[in-house]
Write a protein that binds this ligand. Structure first.
Ligand code: VG1
Ligand code: CO
Length: 542
């Protein structure tokens, strides 16, 4: 039986960089989930009888919300829902399922790299039929609807057993619980040379993968552990836990510190990797060398033709604006276009759909391709392994050869977390206020060549996204970029992106903090971070 339940709107359901993210208790307010899910459905047309995909990263509250979504999907007229077993679907796997089964769209329950648990973070995101995050036109419509919503539709029905593969019905709507891993693993086999990687590993090449007690555990066990023969012992923290074992499932040098230490040890394995809460990010560490995500994007693009799925070459490369320019040099050499987009995977969707880009990446450890419409952590790991199997060189040798050819973009991101929102806004407003006067002046000894607030015009649909980050370029090609995070849930997070280019033939073997020291000083001088935030040091350097 379908009931229309009256409700009152919340004013704070604005999706950020990647969906709506709040603390769990916030989501547990009366009708908070129901309002948002109904606002999604109210913003869409034509889904009557169609398929919806639902899954998440297994964090606390995942299972409860899936049951609500199932009852509301039935009440709103969907014909079928595909659910990952146990409620588990990594973000790239969900994107694949949406595409493979021709679904109308999908609801992904995740707060990605944010911690999980009863008092930590939860998130909801809607993906469209191309498998990608809803574009801003859709998220804006959802937000507008949440502010005025006065009722939602739900059926009365018992919970569906989402742990058993098979079909059940909720008030006439089919619910199919599917294997979370199978479709994704099959897709990976079409893209990469599994026999070559198996031979590499069988020959003694040692691989370790840290799933960070998050969603990629089952995927890595099946693909790296079993199909590629690395063994189950090669996968650490392989069981997805509702609270990720109390850790941040964020694959960076701070939160994946154990992996980093292991890879820097004298007897380190040859290749180490990690992924985040929902499986769309990747951390790549070779024996005794960390590869920055921006460099990884460039190196993957330069070598992608070694994998069967990319043997025909790339049509274009896209990167988010704060990502380093390393990929630009690869695009130039390959004679293909390079697109610079705002932060967030939703901006790559049109380029991928239009066949304008094959590989995309973000400095935040996200890399992916046109095989799905999300960034994909394991995909990046497998492409690296495929390249290593074909080149039969170490990660370090590949990185050094890359820099010797293209030059090196020294790069770091400094995050100031949970700062006062008003202080963060004031810092950005002051910066924006002086942009026009900066070119030609010197900051901490460096001459400013350009200063602007990044605005993007989508080359496919002409939509414009303004105020996407303040960038200050210096004579010689170095730059600093400032923006506020759109995924945090407490206060504001200031991200400062610092980049310096050293051409081939220059000093390519510096330590990154030293190479960037003058720019770090310039960033402080131009933005007055200490005065605005009271912070003398970033919380996280990646
Ligand atoms: C961050 C990253 C961005 C990424 C987004 C979602 O956003 O900077 O590159 O696309 O997280 O990633 P922000 O607005 O906090 O800087 V995930 O792995 O959370 O889906
Ligand atoms: Co993620």
């Amino acid at each position: 039986m379908t009931t229309t339940v009256p409700t009152t709107p919340y004013q704070d359901q604005k999706p950020g960089t990647s969906g709506l993210r709040k603390k769990v208790p916030h989501f547990q307010q009366p009708n908070y989930i129901e309002n948002f899910v109904q606002a999604i459905f109210d913003s869409l047309t034509g889904f009557e009888g169609q398929t919806l995909v639902v899954g998440g990263d297994g964090r606390f509250y995942n299972r409860e919300v899936i049951q609500i979504v199932l009852r509301m999907a039935a009440a709103n007229g969907f014909g079928r829902v595909l659910v990952g077993q146990g409620g588990i679907l990594s973000t790239p796997a969900a994107s694949n399922v949406i595409r493979k089964y021709g679904a109308f769209g999908g609801i992904i329950l995740s707060a990605s790299h944010n911690p999980g648990g009863p008092t930590e973070d939860f998130g909801i995101k809607y993906n469209t039929g191309n498998g990608g995050p809803a574009p801003e036109s859709v998220t804006d419509a959802i937000y507008a609807r949440t502010k005025v919503i006065d009722a939602y539709k739900i059926v009365t029905a018992p919970d569906v057993d989402i742990d058993v593969i098979g079909e059940t019905f909720v008030e006439g709507m089919s619910v199919q619980v599917i294997d979370s891993v199978a479709d994704y693993a099959a897709l990976m086999e079409t893209l990469f040379d599994f026999p070559a990687i198996r031979d590499l590993i069988g020959g003694g090449f040692r691989v370790v993968f840290d799933a960070m007690s998050a969603v990629t555990g089952p995927y890595a066990l099946e693909i790296i552990g079993r199909r590629l023969g690395a063994g189950e012992d090669a996968i650490f923290n392989a069981v997805p836990l509702p609270d990720f074992g109390g850790h941040h499932p964020d694959p960076n040098l701070v939160h994946a510190h154990d992996l980093y230490q292991r890879m820097m040890a004298a007897d380190a394995p040859d290749f180490g990797a990690a992924s985040d809460g929902d499986g769309d990010r990747n951390l790549i560490i070779g024996k005794h060398i960390f590869v920055t995500p921006s460099d990884s994007l460039a190196m993957l693009a330069a070598n992608a033709h070694l994998a069967p799925g990319y043997a025909a070459g790339l049509v274009g490369i896209a990167r988010s604006m704060p990502t380093s320019g390393a990929a630009d040099r690869v695009a130039e050499k390959l004679g293909i276009p390079l697109f610079e987009t705002p932060t967030g995977w939703k901006f790559f969707g049109n380029l991928l759909d239009a066949g304008m880009a094959t590989i995309c990446g973000e400095e935040s450890a996200g890399t992916g391709s046109d095989h799905v419409r999300e960034k994909d952590g394991l995909w990046a790991v497998l492409l690296w392994l495929n390249i290593l199997a074909k080149r039969v060189e170490s990660v370090k040798a590949i990185a050094e050869a890359h820099w010797a050819t293209y030059g090196r973009n020294y790069y770091a991101r400094h995050d100031y977390e949970a700062i006062d929102t008003a202080a963060a806004d004031a810092l950005m407003a002051e910066l924006r206020g002086k942009l026009a006067t900066l070119p030609g002046t010197r900051i901490a000894g460096l001459e400013v060549a350009s200063a602007d607030d990044f605005a993007y015009t989508d080359p496919v649909d002409g939509s414009v996204s303004a105020k996407q980050g303040v960038r200050i370029g210096f004579v010689g090609g170095s730059r600093v970029v400032f923006r506020l995070s759109g995924t945090g849930t407490s206060g504001a997070t200031l991200r400062v992106y610092i980049e310096r280019y050293e051409p081939a033939g220059g000093d390519l073997a510096q330590e990154t903090p030293q190479a960037l020291a003058p720019l770090i000083a310039a960033a402080e001088a131009v933005a007055d971070i200490v005065r605005h935030t009271g912070r003398t040091m970033p919380d996280i350097v990646t």
